[in-house]
Design a protein around this ligand. Structure first.
Ligand code: GDP
Length: 444
C-alpha cells in the first residue's frame, strides 16, 4: 500500500508524545528528529522536510500546546494540520469556465498515465459532476496513442475527436474545441504527446497548443512511484507552461510518498486528483486532510462513505438495515453485500480508512486477502436457494456437497456457517441496544 513505511514511522514518532500531560522541549526535539527521518526516508524533498520540521517544532513549543489541557494531543493535531497544509490544505476543485466548453489540457511524460487518466477524468466528470465531455486525441507521435484513447472512448461510450497521425496537434486541439461547441459538450479534454524526458520540441508544441486554445486547466499527469523525479518533472513543466494542477497516478502502488508530499510545496500547484488503480473508475479528487489523516493512522471515514455512496444503492441499504434490525438477514443478502464491498476496491485499502483500524486487536497484523472473498462467494453459490435462506437445514451431507461444489474444505464451510451465525447474533444485540444511551457502536 502507498505510504506504508511513512505511515508506520510517523505513527511511531508521534506515539510517545501522544498521551503526555506535559510536553518538554526535549520531547518535541526527539519527535521532530524522528519525523524528519521518516519524511526523508519517504523521499520527500530535502528543503520541504527542513521547513516542515521547523514549523512543527516552533508550533509545538508555543502557546497553543503549553496552555492546552492535552498537550500531547495538541502536538499531534499540529503534525496533522501541517501535513494537510503540505499537501495543499483544502481540496482543489476542477475549474468550470464561464464560456463553454471548459478546456482541459493534459500534459506529462510518456508512461505517467496521461491517456488513461484522460479517460478516467472524463468518466469522473460525467459520473460525479453530470458533465458531458469530449475527448481529443492530440498525441500524434506515440504509436497507438490515438487508438488507445478511441478504445477508452468506446468503453465509456464517449465521443473522441481525432484526425489521425498526420494532422498538426495544434489544429486537432482547435478543431476539438470547435466540435465541442457545436455538439454542446461542456468539457473538452485534450490528450497531448509525451516524451520519455522533458525536451524543447515537446514544450514548444505544448506551448503552441496552449496559445491556440487557452485552456482553463493544464493538468500535469505524474507517476507517484517516481518520487523526487516526479517533483523535478513538475517543476520543469510548470516553469514552461504554468500548469494549473497535478494529477498524481499510481497512488495504489507502494509509493513511498515523496511526490505527494513535495509537489505542492515545490511548485505551488495543487494535486487535484489521484489515480488509485488501472480501472476507469479509479480516479479520486485529492483531499489533503483525508490523506494526512490516513497517513497518521487516523482513518478516513469520509472517503469510505464517498466510496460506499457511489457503490451502494440507497434502497438496498435501507432494506438491509431493516433486515439487520429484525435479524432476517440471509446468505442471499450476504452475497449481495460482498458484491458491493468488492466494487469498493481492495480490502486492505478499505480497512485502512477505518479510524483506529491499525490499532484494533486482530486487525493489526491481519492481511486482507481478496481471494478469501472469492472462496466465501464460491461456498455460498454452491448452496441451494433454500439453504441460503435457511442455514438451519444444513447437515453433514449438504455441507459435503457444498464443499465439493465450491472446491473448498468442509471445515471452511463450517467456519463460514459459524461466522454467519455469530454475525446474526451480533446484529440482534445491536438492534436490542439501539436507542439505549451509551451502548451503541463506537469508533475508538
Ligand atoms: P501515457 O503514456 O502517459 O499516456 O500512459 P498510459 O495512460 O498509457 O498509462 C501507462 C500505464 O500506467 C498503463 O499501464 C496504465 O494502466 C497505468 N496506470 C495509469 N494510471 C494508473 C494508476 O492510477 N494506477 C495504476 N496501478 N496504474 C495506472
Amino acid at each position: 500500500m502507498a505510504f506504508e513505511g511513512l505511515s508506520d514511522r510517523l505513527q511511531q514518532s508521534i506515539k510517545k508524545i501522544k498521551g503526555k500531560g506535559k510536553v518538554s522541549e526535549q520531547d518535541v526535539k526527539e519527535m521532530s528528529r524522528e519525523v524528519r527521518l521518516a519524511l526523508l526516508e519517504a523521499d520527500v524533498n530535502f528543503k520541504v522536510v527542513k521547513d516542515f520540521v521547523k514549523r512543527i517544532r516552533e508550533r509545538s513549543v508555543g502557546e497553543e500546546v503549553m496552555s492546552s489541557l492535552t498537550p500531547g494531543q495538541q502536538v499531534i493535531k499540529i503534525v496533522k494540520d501541517e501535513l494537510t497544509e503540505l499537501m495543499g490544505g483544502n481540496e482543489s476543485k476542477i475549474a468550470v469556465s464561464k464560456r463553454s466548453p471548459t478546456v482541459v489540457m493534459m500534459v506529462g511524460l510518456q508512461g505517467a498515465g496521461k491517456t488513461t487518466t484522460t479517460g478516467k477524468l472524463a468518466n469522473l466528470l460525467r459520473k460525479s459532476y453530470n458533465r458531458q465531455p469530449l475527448l481529443a486525441a492530440a498525441d500524434v507521435y506515440r504509436p497507438a496513442a490515438i487508438q488507445q484513447l478511441e478504445t477508452l472512448g468506446s468503453q465509456l461510450d464517449m465521443p473522441v475527436h481525432s484526425q489521425g497521425t498526420e494532422a498538426d496537434p495544434v489544429d486537432i486541439a482547435k478543431q476539438a474545441v470547435e466540435q465541442a461547441k457545436e455538439e454542446h459538450h461542456d468539457y473538452v479534454i485534450i490528450d497531448t504527446a509525451g516524451r520519455l524526458h522533458v525536451d524543447g520540441d515537446l514544450m514548444g508544441e505544448l506551448q503552441r497548443i496552449k496559445d491556440a486554445v487557452e485552456p482553463d486547466e493544464i493538468f500535469l499527469v505524474v507517476d507517484a512511484m517516481t518520487g523526487q523525479d516526479a517533483v523535478n518533472v513538475a517543476e520543469s513543466f510548470d516553469e514552461q507552461l504554468d500548469i494549473t494542477g497535478v494529477l498524481l497516478t499510481k497512488l495504489d502502488g507502494d509509493t513511498r510518498g515523496g511526490a505527494a508530499l513535495s509537489i505542492k510545496a515545490v511548485t505551488g500547484k495543487p494535486i487535484k486528483f489521484a489515480g488509485m488503480g488501472e480501472k476507469l473508475d479509479q480516479l479520486e479528487p485529492f483531499h489533503p486532510e483525508r490523506m494526512a489523516s490516513r497517513i497518521l493512522g487516523m482513518g478516513d471515514m469520509l472517503s469510505l462513505i464517498d466510496k460506499a455512496q457511489t457503490q451502494v444503492d440507497e434502497k438496498q441499504a435501507k432494506d438491509l438495515e431493516s433486515k439487520m434490525r429484525n435479524a432476517s438477514f440471509t446468505f442471499e443478502d450476504f452475497l449481495e453485500q460482498m458484491e458491493q464491498v468488492k466494487n469498493m476496491g481492495p480490502l486492505d485499502e478499505i480497512v485502512n480508512m477505518i479510524p483506529g483500524a491499525n490499532k484494533m486487536k486482530g486487525l493489526q497484523n491481519a492481511s486482507f486477502d481478496d481471494k478469501q472473498i472469492v472462496h466465501v462467494e464460491a461456498i455460498i453459490q454452491s448452496m441451494t436457494k433454500k439453504e441460503r435462506l435457511d442455514p438451519s437445514l444444513m447437515n453433514a451431507s449438504r455441507k459435503k456437497r457444498i464443499a465439493k461444489g465450491a472446491g473448498r474444505s468442509v471445515s471452511e464451510v463450517n467456519r463460514l456457517l459459524k461466522q454467519f451465525e455469530d454475525m446474526k447474533k451480533m446484529m440482534k444485540q445491536m438492534s436490542n441496544t439501539k436507542g439505549k444511551k451509551g451502548k451503541g457502536m463506537k469508533f475508538p
